[in-house]
Write a protein that binds this ligand. Structure first.
Ligand SMILES: [Zn+2]
Length: 58
C-alpha cells in the first residue's frame, strides 16, 4: 500500500478529509495537506530540477 496516500509528500503531516490537495507536478500526482506545501515543492523542483520530485514518488 502506498505510503503517500495518507500523508503530505512534503512535510509528512497526515491528510484528513478537507485538507487533501492533489497536485500534478511533472506528470505525477502528489498529495499535499496545504497549498503552502504545493508551492514549496514546486519551488524546490524549479531550483533542483525535475529529478528532485522523484524522491517523493513511490
Ligand atoms: Zn505538507
Amino acid at each position: 500500500m502506498p505510503a503517500n496516500d495518507s500523508s503530505c509528500v512534503l512535510c509528512g503531516k497526515p491528510l484528513v478529509r478537507g485538507n487533501k490537495i492533489a497536485e500534478e507536478i511533472n506528470g505525477t500526482v502528489y498529495l499535499f495537506d496545504s497549498p503552502d506545501c504545493v508551492v514549496l515543492l514546486r519551488k524546490l523542483v524549479s531550483v533542483y530540477g525535475p529529478e528532485f520530485c522523484q524522491i517523493f514518488a513511490n
